[in-house]
Design a protein around this ligand. Structure first.
Ligand code: ADP
Length: 397
């Protein structure tokens, strides 16, 4: 059976077709500028050249229609007819407290996704648009929702409650949810295999370091805590997000700059992080390059970035009362040699000792700890689409 994986953003649709008989990827693609003049579709079929199609796509339905046309195109498509697609897996960012697992989408599931619009205003509305467009175009197959929040639903109250009036939780669902769940799930299971231990007996710290970044502490097969909170703004320093700050900074700057809540949201989500602090870029490669050529602000930004992650590792070792492995994944974690090296520097008191030579790799599944390191240091390329495809395949059968 073949599964179509769809990740619909506000103005983009990422997709992938997977053959579940051997979990091979038949095609990947991206529709960009949905609803904005100048829409494009980039489609890369397995073993063939990439195709780029320019065509204005007023909405997600038009975008998905073009994707389906491309998938069956005799020249550059990857399937003979749409009948080959047995199910569609949709990435959905927020499932609130309702879903601890992936689910087949029905009217109730769509209502919950809609109920979570307030908590994920940038993500859940386009996720639902993607689902509804696909359901209209493929009414005869099962559609499955795979939530970013689901894996973290094992957290217990001391780890998900904030010390604010309890009523805010009861009335508005203000609590820690956590995100990037499919990535943390995937690499944690891979790590258990590398450790040669049952997953349910491992103490694991995952570091998903991409443009967005989060960590999770996993014990006995359950997420104990994760660094993103009520929204993906909390936790680590990210490309454009501040991560942890004193909340008083928010209302102080709202007063100073005369910002309303929308503008403040934009400021801390889009203008802060590595971009705001370094003044160089949200892309860590640019910040590393600037720091190497003597830019002091870039160096400070990097040092804040490293310090924050080291702090979370220490905190998570305490929560787990030990640690079998830490895992680096996502764009930065898989590729940035210096970043991994700086994070693991002077961590021997926690049993973390890196072999700098082994660490000199990018994008490979390896252990880069020294033999005497008590904690293994794994680099594991993440594969969120595979998790979505597997859940979709399982639930559609
Ligand atoms: P997201 O999915 O959150 O957009 P990714 O996981 O694709 O992010 O990671 C993208 C980020 O990875 C880029 O912003 C860049 O900072 C970082 N990155 C990729 N390669 C390298 C590298 N060789 N060195 C440092 N950073 C890198």
């Amino acid at each position: 059976m073949k599964v179509l994986v769809v990740n619909a953003g506000s103005s983009s649709i990422k997709y992938q077709v997977m053959d579940m008989t051997n979990e091979s990827v038949l095609a990947v693609g991206l529709v960009d500028r949905v609803g904005i003049p100048g829409s494009t579709l980039e489609h890369k079929p397995l073993g063939k050249d990439e195709v780029v199609i320019k065509k204005d796509l007023p909405d997600h339905t038009a975008g998905m229609e073009l994707v389906l046309e491309v998938l069956v195109n005799p020249e550059y498509g990857c399937i003979a007819s749409m009948d080959e697609i047995g199910a569609v897996g949709h990435r959905v960012v927020h499932g609130g407290e309702a879903f601890a697992e992936s689910v087949v989408i029905d009217d109730h599931v769509k209502k919950v996704i809609r109920d979570c619009f307030d908590m994920a205003p940038l993500h859940n509305p386009p996720n639902l648009m993607g689902i509804e467009a696909c359901q209209r175009l493929m009414p005869n197959v099962k559609h499955v929702a795979v939530f970013d929040t689901a894996f973290h639903q094992t957290m217990e109250a001391p780890h998900y409650m904030y010390a604010i009036p309890y009523e805010a939780y009861e009335k508005y669902g203000i609590r820690r949810y956590g995100f990037h769940g499919t990535s943390h799930f995937y690499v944690a299971h891979q790590a258990a295999e590398m450790l040669g231990k049952p997953y349910e007996e491992c103490k694991i710290i995952t570091l998903h370091l991409g443009n967005g970044a989060s960590m999770a502490a996993i014990k006995d097969g359950k997420v104990i805590e994760t660094s993103m909170g009520f929204t993906p703004l909390e936790g680590l320093v990210m490309g454009t997000r501040s991560g942890d700050i004193d909340p008083a900074i928010v209302f102080t700057l709202m007063d100073k700059y005369g910002m309303d809540s929308q503008e403040a949201n934009n400021y801390f989500n889009k203008k802060a992080g590595m971009l705001g602090l370094s003044g160089v870029s949200n892309d860590l490669r640019d910040v590393l390059e600037a720091a190497a050529s003597g830019n002091e602000r870039a160096q400070i930004a990097l040092d804040v970035y490293y310090k924050n992650i080291k702090g979370y590792i220490g905190k998570y070792v305490a929560y787990l009362n030990g640690c079998d492995c830490i895992i680096f994944t996502a764009g930065v974690g898989e590729n940035a040699i210096d970043v991994r090296s700086n994070i693991c520097k002077d961590m021997d008191a926690l049993g973390i000792i890196m072999d700098e030579e082994k660490n000199n790799v990018r994008g490979k599944k390896v252990d880069v700890a020294t033999p005497e390191s008590q904690v293994r240091i794994f680099i594991i390329p993440t594969n969120e689409e595979l998790v979505i495809a597997r859940d979709t395949y399982r639930l559609s059968n």
